[in-house]
Design a protein around this ligand. Structure first.
Ligand code: NAI
Length: 216
């Protein structure tokens, strides 16, 4: 199974994998060694048949009557998600969000190491967030030439996000995790994943209001 390519798997399945990964880690921490799709369903909230279908996409990890080997499943899903590697990360914009991400040590545990933050504000340049330096945007070229950067996280204001992206387009950055609320034009080959907390909040707001409307 280890050298298989999973490029034909639907993005909907891929987006469910982190949740499986997280719950399997919790099971491992509790020293649970095997679990059925039904038990996993109660825990995660997906139906047992959805779970079987999802995991069958990868050749199936379970055995009839035995369930899933938690350790094996956790490691395989981790590998499918690319967590068997380490990633060099930089953060552009060392304000509230940039600093919060740099302070979140859990990403490191998953293999995403923040090497530096970049900013244009002289008050921030030279500061350290944990042990991670905030560098001047003018140093970006030199830094990206000296370090192999896999991921750039954009935490700069919306109006500067494209300007920052244009600079990254000329580097060997492979992926952009974009928090700025705008769509970015990227060079061919760069993968962008947008994150928007507001969209999630507005969905919650809709659901709250829908519930109120339904209850009269
Ligand atoms: P902030 O104002 O605290 O930080 C922005 C930082 O970017 C500042 O330190 C500023 O000096 C720096 N900056 C400005 N122009 C720059 C440039 N050209 N190059 C490099 N750095 C530059 O803002 P905050 O709250 O940290 O938000 C940052 C971004 O993240 C904004 O675009 C905001 O809309 C977005 N955001 C997105 C969220 C989401 O769910 N996607 C949630 C919160 C913020």
């Amino acid at each position: 199974m280890s050298n298989k390519s999973f490029s034909n798997i639907s993005i909907a399945v891929i987006r469910r994998l982190p949740k499986y990964h997280r719950y399997l880690k919790e099971l491992l921490d509790k020293e649970v060694s095997r679990i059925s799709s039904r038990e996993l369903s109660k825990l995660i909230g997906f139906t047992a048949s959805q779970i079987r279908q999802d995991l069958n996409c990868f050749g199936g990890f379970g055995q009839q009557g035995y369930g899933y080997n938690v350790d094996e499943l956790y490691n395989e899903i981790g590998r499918i998600l690319g967590l068997n590697k380490n990633y060099n990360v930089i953060i552009i914009g060392a304000g509230n969000l940039g600093q919060a991400i740099a302070n979140y040590t859990n990403f490191e545990r998953l293999g995403f190491e923040v090497l530096a933050l970049f900013d244009i504000n002289p008050k921030l340049i030279g500061v350290k967030i944990r042990d991670i330096p905030v560098l001047d945007m003018d140093e970006l070229d030199e830094f990206t030439s000296e370090h192999n950067i896999d991921i750039a996280i954009i935490c700069a204001p919306k109006d500067f996000a494209q300007e920052v992206t244009d600079k990254l387009n000329r580097k060997n950055v492979k992926g952009i995790w974009n928090f700025a609320p705008t769509d970015l034009n990227v060079a061919e080959g760069i993968i962008v994943e947008n994150v928007n907390l507001s969209e999630s909040l507005l969905t919650l707001s809709y659901l709250l209001n829908e519930k109120e409307l339904l209850s009269g």
